[in-house]
Design a binder for this molecule. Structure first.
Ligand SMILES: Cc1cc2nc3c(=O)[nH]c(=O)nc-3n(C[C@H](O)[C@H](O)[C@H](O)COP(=O)(O)OP(=O)(O)OC[C@H]3O[C@@H](n4cnc5c(N)ncnc54)[C@H](O)[C@@H]3O)c2cc1C
Length: 294
């Protein structure tokens, strides 16, 4: 392994100025469960950093804050702090679905939602959940702050809209409207510690008469980035949440993806999973939207 410097800035400004000064040769580190593993696996990789900027000590990246308009989670907050927070668990159970399945207990002690999003794996288990919760990402850079939606964040495998001198500061979850329910489920060949063959995140909002007023569906591992399946969600809107309506959404999800065949599954298997997981996630989200628990 080559010599690598390490620094742990105490503020966003300090982190940005280090990143900007390194002109692409520095990388942010949150939990390190992707970054360190990737650097060890391929020490000669061209985009390995000369300096690691450990952003865990920056207060804004470690916050968990409920405000009038929702929840803000710092980009470096480890998963265990999220799923152990009873208010988050009650208000955003669909997020807990993701935070509690990333790796195992040890990984969850370090792994962050920010790192999962910035790593931009097609299979990233938090990304569909962030998308269906309509999360806004706050990014800081030399020119100040900007915000983008979670669905705009990943641009390709391992690629994001972040410039090399920017950091993801936090993720904002709007207050769920009345009648909101969300769910994330995935298929992996074993019980844990594996990459999703397909992952399905969904959210629904039921109106007072029990019809679906809004819906969002996002799938992981079926495209170069986690993607929104707009047509499948659109077909739900204005409908009673019946079995046939849910089945129709699953069929549309299945037909609207163009996955690849790899060591984890074939195109046909991923299409079948997209149908099944979309239906199951929808049924669970509808249960939650009605105030039920799983
Ligand atoms: C054994 C094992 C099991 C795993 N299981 C799963 C799983 O089930 N599901 C899953 O989705 N993933 C899994 N992962 C991958 C990894 O744990 C997750 O992606 C995790 O959420 C990454 O978070 P982190 O804080 O460790 O990120 P890091 O490794 O610190 O960072 C990841 C990338 O994001 C960048 N980055 C991090 N934070 C920021 C920021 N705030 N601003 C700008 N850039 C940033 C880093 O530079 C790096 O490129 C697993 C990993 C291991 C080793």
């Amino acid at each position: 392994m080559k010599w690598i410097d390490y620094t742990s800035p105490a503020s966003i400004d300090e982190a940005i100025s280090i990143l900007a000064g390194q002109k692409g040769k520095a990388k942010s580190l949150a939990g390190g469960t992707d970054l360190i593993v990737q650097m060890r696996a391929a020490p000669q990789r061209l985009n390995n950093p000369d300096i690691i900027v450990d952003i865990k000590s920056i207060p804004e990246l470690n916050q968990i804050k409920f405000g009038g308009n929702g929840l803000t989670i710092g980009a470096a907050v480890p998963c265990y702090k999220i799923y152990r927070d009873s208010k988050i668990a009650t208000t955003y159970p669909g997020l807990i679905d993701s935070a509690s399945i990333i790796g195992g207990t040890q990984i969850q002690g370090r792994a962050s939602l920010g790192g999962n999003l910035c790593n931009a794996a097609p299979s990233g288990d938090s990304i569909p959940s962030l998308i269906v919760h309509n999360v806004t990402c706050t990014i800081a850079g030399p020119k100040g702050e900007r915000t983008v939606s979670a669905e705009e964040f990943c641009t390709g495998p391992g690629k994001t809209i972040l410039n090399s001198d920017e950091i993801l500061v936090s993720l904002h979850f709007p207050t769920p409207p009345k009648g909101f329910g969300a769910r994330y489920i995935r298929f992996i060949p074993r019980n844990e510690m594996d990459i999703a063959v397909v992952g399905a995140g969904v959210s629904v909002v039921l109106n007072q008469s029990g019809k679906i007023a809004n819906a969002k569906i996002a799938l992981a591992s079926v495209a170069p980035t986690p993607i929104v399946i707009g047509d499948a969600a659109d077909c739900l809107i204005g409908q009673e949440p019946t079995e046939s309506v849910v089945n129709n959404a699953g069929q549309i999800a299945r037909n609207s993806i163009k996955p690849i065949t790899d060591m984890r599954g074939t195109v046909e298997f991923r299409q079948q999973l997209s149908d099944v997981l979309t239906r199951r996630a929808l049924n669970d989200a509808i249960t939650r939207a009605k105030g039920g628990t799983l």
